[in-house]
Write a protein that binds this ligand. Structure first.
Ligand code: ADP
Ligand code: ZN
Length: 488
């Protein structure tokens, strides 16, 4: 049966008129009994690619999924669509009933955690009645190359091999080339079974801008975005302070979320957010995994994310319903300074990888070209030059050659002994006469007062750029010194 033949069922069960992106191809392979690895970005609609076959196929679709919270959300969704669905996890009390229903052929969809799927009990359940499909969600967990390796996933292979005629569908949103190849090998899926959907999320508008007064910048951003949203903050304290400030500035309901809160509180914040039409959560990156809320209208980052991958995953929580959504990132030179400082504490083997991550982020925040194009190229795609839906496409920044100013700036850093902060360097370059400068004899330097007029306003942005590029570094005391790329 081809995927198109399932369109009436797609409409009657889920209310959708068409497949989205490459869903149809994935479903087509599943229906044909072929093994498949589908790599689709968050929000692309991965779950539909096994939920629809669960309705269409005789027999039960077994879904291995590592996140119990996510599983239960999916379960509710599937049941609401009239699918006979159940789960076997450590928090399910109706274990025996579920197993009996499976044996009796009363289930379309059965969710199971990986540690349970690899046990003897589950194997004998599968032997009692052969499943129609094994779907393996978050399949990157099977690979040590992936960012979330789980040993239990490695133990799935014997189960899959025990039922060679049952098609396998591995799903993930995040897998680079290495990880993809590894998943294919680990799960016994042929290379032609790879379906790689585009990473583009055209309805998300990206904005990246220097952090000047974060609470105000984010409050202004929120004022233009009445719907629900997430504000990621770098620290636990930061989430609480930001929540207070945003609530005061916007009058909207704002809740903080971080791993330091007790489980009950976290569950409530998450539950209220999912149910709300205008709720705001200020959160550490602990928030968001496994939350199914298609109408998130904005995601803001109050500080630099950990990597382009995490930025893409976190912003990807916006606009999963396909309606316009916004992503705003605020960054400061100190974010890079701190992150580069931390490189020194890492085991040697990880330093070059982490430095590459930071450099990719530096390129993102600095670029005057299309942000989306840069992001998509990072994921190995060849996007058009301009997207028309990011800050740089919408309001192209003025560009100028700052080479001479950069030379003046570096010179001032050098001549003052590589220990003064940006404010002092700016004062020297612009020839400000104050005691601090005079007492150190900095008014006698050749760089004193060599920057004037409009150019003076470029000093601070230039410092940010040079720190992001690692041409400058900050010392422990906040002074500027020459960067030492590769020294750590
Ligand atoms: P993923 O698991 O890939 O992140 P989901 O399966 O949670 O994505 O789906 C994201 C959203 O897209 C859900 O709200 C879902 O109902 C919706 N969706 C999925 N497939 C379609 C489709 N063919 N047409 C319209 N909406 C869809
Ligand atoms: Zn663009």
């Amino acid at each position: 049966m081809s995927a198109d033949a399932l369109l009436p069922l797609l409409k009657s069960t889920f209310g959708f008129d068409a497949f989205r992106g490459r869903q149809g191809e994935v479903v087509g392979r599943v229906m044909a009994g072929d093994h498949t690895l589908a790599v689709m970005p968050t929000g692309a609609g991965k779950s539909l690619t096994y939920q629809l076959p669960a309705v269409a196929l005789d027999g039960c679709v077994v879904v291995v999924s590592p996140l119990i919270a996510l599983m239960h959300d999916q379960l509710r969704g599937a049941r609401a669509a009239g699918i006979r669905a159940a789960s076997l996890t450590s928090v399910d009390a109706d274990f025996a009933d579920t197993r009996q229903a499976y044996r009796d052929g009363q289930l379309d969809l059965l969710y199971i955690a990986p540690e349970r799927a690899t046990g003897e009990g589950f194997r004998s359940l599968m032997e009692a009645r052969t499943p129609a499909l094994f779907a393996i969600d978050e399949a990157h967990c099977v690979s040590e190359w992936g960012h979330d390796f789980r040993p239990d996933y490695r133990l799935l292979r014997p189960l899959l091999d025990a039922f060679p005629a049952v098609p396998r569908l591995a799903l993930t949103a995040t897998a680079d080339k290495h990880t993809r190849e590894d998943i294919l090998v680990q799960l016994g899926i042929p290379a032609e079974g790879l379906i790689l959907a585009g990473f583009d999320r055209p309805n998300i508008r990206y904005r990246v801008t220097p952090r000047l007064s974060p609470a105000k910048q984010i409050a202004d951003f929120i004022a233009a975005n009445p719907g629900p949203g997430i504000v990621y903050c770098p620290t636990r304290d930061g989430t609480e302070r930001m929540a207070e400030k945003l609530a005061a500035a916007t009058g909207r309901s704002v809740a903080a979320y971080h791993a330091g809160l007790d489980a009950e509180r976290r569950a409530r914040v998450q539950h209220d957010f999912v149910a709300s039409e205008d709720g705001i959560v200020t959160a550490t990156v602990a928030f968001g995994m496994g939350i199914d809320k298609p109408d998130v209208r904005f995601v803001a980052h109050a500080g630099l994310p950990k990597s382009i991958e995490s930025y893409y995953q976190e912003t990807g929580r916006a606009g999963r319903d396909g309606d316009p959504a916004e992503a705003l990132m605020l960054w400061g030179a100190e974010d890079f300074a701190r992150a580069r400082m931390r490189l020194g504490e890492l085991p040697a083997a990880r330093v070059s990888g982490e430095r590459a991550r930071l450099n990719a982020l530096a390129a993102l925040v600095e670029t005057v070209a299309c942000r989306r194009a840069l992001l998509l190229r990072h994921f190995g795609e060849s996007p058009p030059e301009r997207c028309g839906n990011c800050d740089n496409c919408l309001e192209p920044p003025r560009q100028l050659d700052a080479t001479i100013l950069a030379q003046k700036l570096m010179s001032a850093v050098y001549r003052t002994g590589q220990s003064f902060g940006a404010g002092h360097i700016e004062a020297v370059l612009t020839g400000r006469n104050d005691d601090r400068i005079a007492s150190r004899g900095h008014d006698k330097l050749s760089v004193f007062g060599i920057v004037a007029g409009d150019e003076a306003r470029l000093i601070k942005p230039l410092v940010r750029t040079l720190v992001a590029r690692e041409a400058l570094e900050t010392t422990e005391h906040g002074g500027l010194m020459f960067g030492r790329p590769g020294a750590r």
